[in-house]
Design a protein. Structure first.
Ligand code: SAM
Length: 276
């Protein structure tokens, strides 16, 4: 018998075979399912051969506070509640964060049954560095917001991962080319599905590919980390001391880090040393 609590259960992102044995066991046993769209979840249950005689409750983070509390009340009455998304891992660009936070505040048992997630699946096949990455969620639809987000992330020294939709892909690639100039990129599409594809190359390669083949399905965009420009320590010293005569320490450090992709703390320490 399941302990009362919240069970965060990952479901497939396309290929039904990716549901885990543990997820199936729990979904078979559980009586209450919190989900985004009850119709989508019921369809998933029938495709997986699961009994539909359960209580399906729709839950979104922006739905009233009361919804989260009523799920917690169900748990406190002794029941186990599953949280599932339309596809993939709950809470990853999907609802659940506020519910989990509320559960934590009220000392409710929370556990996760891991499984498919588009960010991780895309990274695994990308050929880009995976030792450090930053997942930045969905790319905003408005031009200015998209540019601002890319500008903000331009100097982050990790692989960047975004979710994107088919109709916006070409616009996004054009903006990305201007801001992440010269960086390698990968677009992964329809992961785990029949038309799975991953295309890598320059921004121009990607734009040409998706101008020839109309973008269809679900997309993950990944951008390689900024290229580290090789620069000798002596050269950094020279450039830094020159800039320190012309501008503030903060500005000089910021500029040189951005220009040569150097570590901010290290350049800052060097600047302090030079100032002395
Ligand atoms: N929680 C999900 C997960 O674990 O990946 C993501 C949900 S989010 C609302 C949906 C977005 O995830 C899609 O617009 C797409 O960017 C990405 N995505 C989901 N499934 C995908 C797939 N099979 N292939 C490529 N991207 C996918």
């Amino acid at each position: 018998m399941l302990r009362n609590g919240l069970y965060i259960i990952s479901t497939p992102i396309g290929n039904l075979g990716d549901i885990s044995a543990r997820a199936l066991d729990i979904l078979r046993e559980i009586e209450v399912v919190a989900c985004e769209d009850t119709r989508v979840s019921k369809k998933l249950f029938s495709l997986l051969g699961l009994d539909l005689h359960k209580k399906f409750i729709s839950y979104e983070d922006h739905s009233e506070e009361q919804k989260a509390q009523s799920l917690i009340d169900i748990i406190e009455s002794g029941q186990a509640v599953a949280l599932i998304s339309d596809a993939g891992s709950p809470l990853i660009s999907d609802p659940g964060y506020k519910l989990v936070r509320k559960c934590r505040e009220q000392n409710i048992y929370v556990t996760a049954i891991p499984g498919a997630c588009a960010v991780i699946t895309a990274l695994q096949i990308s050929g880009l560095p995976t030792n450090r990455f930053m997942f930045a969620g969905f790319i905003p639809n408005k031009d200015k917001a998209r540019q601002d987000l890319f500008g903000e992330l331009k100097n982050v020294d990790t692989t960047l991962v975004f979710y994107e939709t088919a109709p916006r892909l070409l616009k996004t690639l054009a903006t990305a080319e201007k801001i992440f100039t010269g960086r390698e990129a990968v677009v992964a599409r329809e992961l785990t599905k029949m038309y799975e594809e991953s295309v890598c190359g320059s921004w121009k390669d990607l734009q040409n590919h998706f101008m020839e083949t109309e973008p269809k399905g679900e997309f993950v965009l990944m951008v390689a980390p900024p290229v580290q420009k090789e620069v000798a320590l002596d050269d950094v010293r020279k450039i830094l001391s020159q800039r320190l005569n012309e501008t503030s320490l903060k500005t000089a450090v910021k500029e040189i880090c951005a220009q040569y992709g150097l570590n901010k703390n290290e350049v800052y320490a060097l600047a302090l040393e030079l100032k002395k």
